[in-house]
Each structure stands twice: as C-alpha cells, then as structure tokens.
Design a protein around this ligand. Structure first.
Ligand SMILES: [Zn+2]
Length: 431
C-alpha cells in the first residue's frame, strides 16, 4: 500500500480519530469511516486505539506510530484509558462537538492547512470533568446537536455539520481560569501525579466524579439538583469539592463530621441520605461500580466510627459492628425504657444534666460500656420495691455495697436497688 500524498501533521494532544478525520477530509472523503474502509481498516478501531489500525494510519500519513499511541483513548474491557487514566463511556462527551472557541478560532485562522483540516480535536475536550481551556482561560462549550452515530468521533465532519452553530455556542463561553481541580486532572492525564495522594490512588474517573458529587453538596446543599446542573454548576462543584478531597482522608472525614453535626439537632432516623444527601444517594443507588468502593468504605467507616449505628442499620450495605449507641438504640437493644435509661445514666454521672435538651437518638454512648452498664442496672428496682422484696425498711437497706451499715442518704426512697444482693457492686446506687 502506498502512502497518502496529501498528508498533514498530528498535533500534540490530538486524538487519532481527529487526525484520521482531518486526513479523510483533506483527501476528499467527508466521512472518515468511508475513508478508512477504502484503505482497508476500520475507523472505529482508530477511535478505540487498536494498535493495528494506528500502525496502518501512521504508515499512510508517514508519522511515528508512537505519537498516535500516546494521544489515543484506548478502549479496554472495563472502559477507556487516557494515558493510563481510567475513564468510562458516560463520563466522556463524544456525541456532540465540544470545544474551546478561542482554540477553534485560532485553528481556523491558520493558512498552512487545508480549510477542512484546520480545526483539530483535543483529547482533553472529550473528558467531561475538564470544563475550561488552560491555554485561553475560557470555558469550553458544546453544540446542541447530537451527532448521528456514524458521525461520532469524526471531528472534521462534526465541525462541518455544526459550522452554523459554532459561533452561537462560542458566545456561551465565559472567561475564567481553570480551577485547581481541573489543573489536577490535566496533570494526571499528562502523567503527573503526587499532588493529592488520596485521589491519586483512585481511578481517574472515580476521583473526579466523587470530587464533583461532594462539591455539589458543598455548593448547593444536601438536595443539590444535580440532574439539572449546568456545566458551570459542575465547574463550581468540582472546585469546591477539590478543596476537600485534595486534603485526603482527614479532610473528607472532617467534612463528613460537619454534615453529621448539622444533622445532629434534628429528629428522624440517621441514614446516608439524610446525612450526606446527593453524595450518598448517587454512590449508593445510581451506580454499583466497585471502583467507587474505596470512597464508599471511607464514608461507611467514618459513620460507624462516629455515629450510633449498628446491626439493623444500613449504609452502603448492612452494618454488622457497633462502636456507639444512642440512648434510643441502647434502650431498644437492651429493653430499658429510654426515660429510665437517661435517669440511670445521669445518676451514675455517665451523662451530665446538660444533655437534657438532646434527643435520645443524639446522645452517644460507648457501645461496650453501655452494654456493661445496662447489664448491671437493668434489674434494679426502686427502694420501695426493694424493701418489699427484701422485707426490710428503707433505713435498714444498708449502705450500698456494705449491707448492715446505716444509710442516711437513702431515706428519701427515690433511689433504686437491686432486688437481690447478687454482688456488692450491684448494691451500688444507680439511679
Ligand atoms: Zn483554548
């Protein structure tokens, strides 16, 4: 097979699909898939980064195949890879033209290229999380028309189809610098990591999506209307979220605690949706992708570490261990009326009287300690009942733990006593 006589150069950061599409246009074929078929290979294989197709394309265009490989978006068994960074189909924007108006305008002014091959597609424009041009400091825009399946990825053809809408779309671009979040993502797809170790350890799309979802709750609250978010809304969410997720596990736990504290004064069941809003809903219900498990695990462990959750509760799955009880949950588990339990705890100086205004569900108790405490006091009765059971008078009940000694403090009869002297400890005043 002979090489093409009409050729162009591959730009740094250009996708192989864009390069192939421009070559096709220069050679008189407005649809790249027809151009490739004529030359004995498949355009979709170029789009998917298949090596045989890239090698054929490189030979025909007389360029180094490694440069095509470097800028490819490689289709894998579980999604895509952009320079080794994992992405998913639904988080890339490929079915409509997305571009920086300034970049495109500069392309079109170039006189050294065939007019149909001047505009070239940047790989970074396909990544939904990158919303700002880091060359021109303006927001990216999209044309509204969704391309026919046969046209998707065919950049030169898409520019032709959308040529009347491009000026209108360009007007929607706003001046702004890329956020720290976008710089981080751009660095990652260019092979630079290390700035945010927690995020670095997550797949690219998980780090990005988690950051934006968390940021959506930061910027718009627990009920953030993410289904109607504009690109600008997501841009703000990404910037806000990154200020937290870039601080790693400590920063994220601190934010989760803030959300929990904000919920603390309200009544109702503690649940992921009530605590963390859209962040929880999306991670729990909109995706079962196990790649998000590390962030689900972090949120779940933080909740178990800091909230009265245990068997019977669910947060990204049933909870089997308990570290904390509330008065409410302890009352339920141990079968002690919550009023009585609070009274017992205050009398034993486990709780201060300052907790009187807190709801039963909001008073935290160490799960092991409260289990021991309840085991000791559960069967105690009032002094009056104890007298009846033990057939003695209040004054002769004796000093707690020291039967037989006078006890002036129990004369009021308001304290509770074990009905049977099982052990000296169980004679101690507990209410
Ligand atoms: Zn630009």
């Amino acid at each position: 097979m002979t090489q093409l006589t009409i050729r162009t150069r591959l730009h740094s950061g250009e996708t192989p699909a864009s390069f192939c599409s421009r070559l096709a246009a220069m050679n008189g074929r407005l649809e790249a898939r027809h151009f490739c078929a004529d030359l004995g290979f498949n355009f979709q294989d170029v789009v998917d980064g298949r090596d045989a197709a890239l090698s054929r394309l490189a030979y025909l265009a007389d360029i180094d195949v490694s440069s095509l490989r470097d800028s490819a978006i490689l289709k894998t068994a579980d999604g895509y890879q952009v320079d080794g960074q994992r992405m998913t189909r639904n988080l890339m924007i490929r079915n409509r033209l997305r571009f920086c108006p300034e970049c495109l305008a500069e392309d079109m002014r170039r006189q050294d290229e065939h007019p149909l091959a001047r505009a070239w597609g940047r790989r970074k424009w396909l990544i939904s999380f990158i919303r700002t041009c880091n060359v021109h400091n303006v927001s990216l825009v999209e044309c509204s028309v969704q391309q026919e399946p046969s046209m998707i990825h065919d950049f030169a053809a898409m520019v032709q189809v959308d040529r009347w809408e491009i000026p209108e779309a360009a007007k929607r671009s706003v001046v702004r610098e890329p956020s720290a979040f976008e710089h981080y993502l751009l660095d990652r797809i260019n092979g630079h990591v290390g700035a945010a170790p927690f995020l670095d350890a997550l797949p690219f799309y998980v780090a990005a999506r988690f950051t934006e979802l968390l940021g959506a709750v930061v910027t718009r609250g627990l009920k953030a209307p993410i289904r109607s978010f504009s690109g600008d809304d997501w841009w703000q969410a990404g910037a806000a979220g990154f200020s937290i997720t870039s601080c790693g596990e400590d920063g994220i736990r601190s934010w989760l605690s803030e959300k929990q504290a904000a919920f603390g004064g309200k009544t109702g069941d503690v649940g992921g949706r009530a605590l963390y809003g859209r962040l929880y809903e999306t991670l729990a219900h909109d995706s079962d992708d196990p790649a998000y498990d590390p962030v689900r695990k972090l949120i779940r462990e933080h909740a178990i570490d800091t909230l009265p959750l245990g068997p019977g509760d669910d947060l990204f799955g049933p909870i089997t261990d308990r570290r904390w009880h509330s008065v409410q949950s302890a009352s339920k588990e141990f079968g002690v009326h919550p009023k009585r339990l609070r009274k017992l705890l205050i009398e034993a100086d486990v709780l201060s009287k300052d907790t009187a205004t807190l709801a039963n569900a909001r008073i935290m108790l160490d799960a092991e300690e409260i289990a021991e405490f309840v085991a000791e006091v559960k069967d105690t009765v009032s002094a009056k009942e104890a007298q009846k059971t033990r057939k003695c008078t209040t004054g002769s009940l004796g000093y707690p733990g020291r039967p037989g000694l006078p006890c002036s403090s129990c004369q009021g009869g308001s304290r509770t006593w074990s009905p049977v002297p099982v052990s000296s400890r169980r004679y101690q005043r507990v209410s």
